[in-house]
Design a binder for this molecule. Sequence first.
Ligand SMILES: [Zn+2]
Length: 354
Amino acid sequence: MNSLERLISSANGEPIDCVPVAPSIGHYAAFRAREPMTKVAYDPELMARVVLESLERHNYDTCCPITDYGVGTENMGSTSVIRDWEQTFVSEFAVQSKVDIAGLKIPDPLKDGRMPVAIECGQILLDKVGEQVGVSCGISGPLSFAANLRGPQQILEDILLDPVLVHELLKISQEALKSFGEALIIHGGITTISIYEPMATLISTPQAEEFSFVYMESLIKKLKESGAFTILLHICGDTTRFLDRAVGIGVNILSLDRDVDLAKAKEIVAGRATISGNVATQNLFCGSSDEIYAESCRCIESAALGGRYALGSSCEVPLETREENIDAMVRAARKFGAEFLQTGRGKELKEFSH
Ligand SMILES: [Zn+2]
């Protein structure tokens, strides 16, 4: 069973040989390959090479181009900070006042900034390993995209004081994301799109509905009409309150942060979607490989029975994570995961750790 077959069978609740494992690998791949992000971010072939090197090194089941919240927003006037050995972030925001909204233009995903890099990197990954592993690409959720046009702190204030402005920004963000997503699907050939919407967890459930889920629903509908087969959603923090709604808007994979109880999530989702998670990224960064192995086994015990589960990291894997910690996750999915799926029982975790 190759990685792709394993992912598909797991999503369908069919028998699998071991537990799929899909750590959220981004900048880590470039860091580990000792290739500076200032080069990788602009060179689709180099990006594909570092992504494939990491895949080959660790042998997990999925891969994707390296994206961040600057992709797209930087072409509308925000400023991304791309440094060689750091996570990319947005430092200055396009919309300082209401009048700036009128000047926003939807960028061309085939020409502008780093969007073409992600699309071309996606094509290369699909060509090289698309028949063996799951290839996806990440985009922002609408509220998180808008937050990187306006500033995360400012948009939280706007939600309370000027909701009309936020809706205007969201409409433009949604259009930009639909255009980028469509290009990834049609020109890149990518059929799994991962949506990252960390802003949703910073606001109340009714606010998240009004300022995120309504727009995400429309975005997902468009992506699926364009040919997307699978939509993954990642929201940071305890997202238990959102899970049922996320399934309702067409999310197929819920990537869960460390605060979510996997067994409870699986109960809520009730076979309507796959869940993935949630080895804590803090532990991947600081913990020992034995600790990561034990934590991975606990995740598997909580959620792997019956399939529709992939062992994953709780958020993007930190750059300086030690390789043996990713190896420990993969080993737990392959070795302990296979045993657990066969017997339905956890064993003494230590017995399996080496
Ligand atoms: Zn996260």
